[in-house]
Design a protein around this ligand. Structure first.
Ligand SMILES: *[C@@H]1O[C@H](CO)[C@@H](O)[C@H](O)[C@H]1NC(C)=O
Length: 224
């Protein structure tokens, strides 16, 4: 009885795994099935945003679900460029800047943008820059944060979590990640930006203090 239960669980696990892998592959290959936030108003999402996290969904490279902080805090300035279907996204950080142009092809789906032309800016001049040619999906857009997924068939698949402030409530981040898991979009790498380096320095001080105290207690016990 137990063995049957175990086998059933194992099969279920394997099936679940296979189907999620399949979904990801199909999204990666042709960007299908990515849900859009409905009823967005472009005018409400323009202006300045800060990049809180960059999440990779690619499955061809093994990122091992790594998470790390990068000492940079990019800002993004989104504006309408000329008409109400042309968007300009200006990304600026310490290392340089890059400007993207997008087009809204269908006015009834303002959360779906296609890149128009190539990007320019100082970041583009570095050899490691990959020009983005593909689609952007506004997955979520509410007053204080927004999630954009960039997809270029067979080339790039990542999401950017943006917030109006330089920080975002961990509960909001958690709900974004949960939603991605529900939609079977794996997160293979999490790059955390706009984290104050002072807080990690403080953590180091606390760790050192705790270590020294533990050592002191141990030392006193040995030699009393
Ligand atoms: C990109 O090129 C356009 C047109 O030449 C220019 O107006 C804009 O300032 C450039 N952007 C950056 C970030 O260099």
């Amino acid at each position: 009885m137990y063995r049957l239960f175990f086998v059933l669980c194992l099969c279920y696990g394997l099936l679940g795994h296979a189907s999620s892998e399949e979904t990801t592959t199909s999204v990666y290959e042709h960007c299908g099935n990515l849900q859009l936030q409905e009823n967005i108003q472009i005018k409400l999402i323009t202006g300045t945003w800060y990049v809180i996290e960059v999440l990779q969904h690619k499955t061809d490279e093994k990122f091992n679900e790594e998470k790390f902080d990068v000492p940079t805090c990019p800002s993004v300035f989104l504006t309408l460029a000329g008409s109400d279907t042309d968007l300009k996204l200006y990304w600026n950080e310490d290392l340089g800047d890059v400007e993207y142009l997008f087009k809204i092809r269908d006015r009834t789906a303002p959360g779906f943008w296609t890149s128009s032309g190539s990007q320019n800016g100082t970041l583009v001049q570095v050899t490691s820059y990959d020009q983005f040619a593909g689609m952007v999906y506004v997955r979520k857009a509410i007053s204080n944060h927004m999630v954009l997924t960039f997809c270029s068939p067979n080339t790039q698949l990542y999401s950017v979590v943006l917030a109006r402030d330089k920080t975002l409530d961990p509960r909001d981040l958690k709900s974004i990640v949960n939603h991605m898991h529900l939609q079977k979009l794996p997160i293979t790498q999490t790059k955390r930006t706009c984290r104050n380096s002072a807080s990690s320095a403080r953590a180091t001080v606390w760790m050192t203090t705790a270590f020294c105290l533990t050592y002191l207690v141990w030392y006193l016990q040995q030699y009393k």
